[in-house]
Write a protein that binds this ligand. Structure first.
Ligand code: ZN
Length: 70
């Protein structure tokens, strides 16, 4: 039985990006999207999705930028 109910934060970040993404709770310069994710035991976790800053996302056709018309 898991006794820890501290919300978890999972970071998804691009590998080999131009910058080092900040995953320790500070604001990251890439402006990551944060989504609440319900944990199995009722706690709420966070999924932090970092964006690559080297332009690769513009070559990924199925990726949509949040709120973007770009
Ligand atoms: Zn980032």
């Amino acid at each position: 039985m898991k006794a820890v109910t501290v919300p978890q934060t999972v970071h998804v970040e691009p590998v080999n990006d131009l910058i080092a993404h900040i995953t320790d709770g500070e604001d990251c310069p890439c402006g990551p999207a944060v989504e609440p994710v319900p944990d199995g035991d009722g706690a709420m976790g966070w999924l932090v999705i970092h964006h690559s800053l080297d332009g690769r996302e513009q070559r990924e056709p199925h990726r949509q930028r949040p709120g973007g018309n770009q």
